[in-house]
Write a protein that binds this ligand. Structure first.
Ligand code: PLP
Length: 403
């Protein structure tokens, strides 16, 4: 008889956003007259930019003609896109990343989880707390997390990120093999400086650990001097893998395109992780559609860059409205400056799911409870700047009104 992967049975409850959707749907069904404003899940709302749309239309036309039709593409992505990524995302920040160190994928979520395929099942994993839940759950599914004790996984090394340390993790005593870092951070909105990242790069190189650096929000950095890539830090090419995505940079959440960087210099156990990932991708992945890769390439054209900057400015203005409005209403708020997320302390130490329910029922605003991102997220909620500007303003007024 088939034996299932028993690690799935150890997973607690629903995936966070599925639980939010369930509670929201339940409330909506019971109160159909209420108009809900959803600022919970970090999903974009503006359409793709005209430059991207034009490139995708033209790629569709190529697919319609036998002379230009494209079948399976390269597993690692078309050279035109990988070279554009090097020219626009790495060369300008002084990071010596080459096109053959880039793997185009259907987004950062899959790669953040799937990277575990090339890592031993008994590796120790460290994550920031609070954290994007995918890192933890994906490792729990592979049996690296240990047992769920009702609050934490016994084998995960949690790196607390709280008000006391400015939401910046400190080096752990127990040395992990893998260290997930995400800056600008989801959910806290914190961004790491060069000096802060250098500490982690030196630590990883000293201990032969590998940093899994998620820079999905790199395009949202507004403060000067904040690194957009871990490869801006000396030594990172020997200890870090970077995940990036067009989802938040250019509104590709539904279009699906991202990329993972694995430098050739990154070797562990005598093996090149770049070679191993290529082996993995060529076995389990058949690439991102030609049409989508042409759309992603257009993000880097002059027009694409201009239009993309406008999308980001729109979302960051929403983040500012949330931040300023809720601060004025007396709440303690963080983030919203280098990331589209605002991390809000619940009033009076209210548990975060209770504050979520309160705002759902009284203000009809959907948020994300901080506890869903890890134990240190308790006592916070997250709001996103990805909504419609007018409705975001309305949501802030409603929340301020019920406080
Ligand atoms: N990484 C972080 C930190 C995210 O917040 C998200 C999405 O919200 C992702 C990765 C997923 O990105 P993608 O849409 O490229 O899968």
């Amino acid at each position: 008889m088939l034996k299932i992967n028993e690690h799935y049975q150890a997973l607690p409850g629903n995936y966070l956003f599925a639980e939010i959707a369930r509670r929201t749907a339940e409330y909506g069904a019971a109160n159909p007259e209420k108009e809900l404003i959803k600022l919970g899940i970090g999903d974009v709302t503006l359409p793709l930019s005209p430059a991207v749309i034009a490139a995708m239309h033209s790629a569709v036309d190529e697919m319609a003609d036998a002379a230009t039709f494209m079948g399976y593409g390269p597993y690692e992505g078309y050279a035109f896109l990988r070279e554009a990524i090097v020219r626009h995302d790495y060369a300008p920040v002084g990071a010596a990343i080459a096109a053959d160190e880039i793997f185009v994928s259907d987004g950062a979520k899959s790669d953040c989880g799937n990277i575990g395929d090339i890592i031993s099942a008994d590796s120790t994993v460290a994550v920031c707390d609070p954290v994007y839940p995918v890192y933890v759950d994906a490792n729990a599914m592979s049996g690296r997390a240990g047992d769920w004790d009702g609050r934490r996984w016994t084998n995960i090394v949690y790196l607390p990120c709280n008000e006391a340390n400015g939401f910046m993790p400190e080096l752990p005593v127990r040395v992990p093999d893998l260290i997930y870092l995400c800056f600008p951070n989801n959910p806290t909105g914190a961004a790491a400086t060069r000096e802060q990242l250098k500490i982690w790069v030196d630590y990883a190189n000293r201990n032969a650990s590998v940093i899994l650096y998620d820079s999905a929000y790199r395009a949202y950095i507004t403060e000067p001097g904040i690194p957009r890539s871990i490869y801006e830090i000396d030594g990172a090419e020997e200890c870090a893998i970077e995940f990036c995505s067009f989802s938040k940079t250019a509104g590709f959440t539904g279009t699906r395109c991202g990329y993972t960087v694995i430098p050739k210099a990154l070797r562990r156990g005598g093996e090149s992780l770049n070679d191993m990932w290529m082996r993995r991708q060529s076995t389990k992945f058949n690439g991102v559609s030609y049409i989508v890769q042409r759309g992603a390439e257009a993000v880097f054209t002059e027009q694409g860059l201009r239009e993309t900057r406008a999308l980001i400015a729109y979302y960051m203005n929403n983040a500012r409205v949330i931040r300023d409005g809720l601060k004025a209403a007396g709440l303690t708020v963080y983030g919203g400056i280098n990331a589209p997320y605002v991390w809000i302390k619940t009033p009076g130490g209210l548990p975060s799911w209770d504050f979520f329910d309160k705002l759902l029922r009284t203000a009809n605003v959907v948020t994300t409870p901080g506890a869903g991102f890890g134990p240190e997220g308790e006592g916070f909620i997250r709001l996103t700047g990805f909504g419609d500007a007018e409705r975001t303003g309305e949501a802030v007024s409603r929340v301020a009104g019920v406080l």
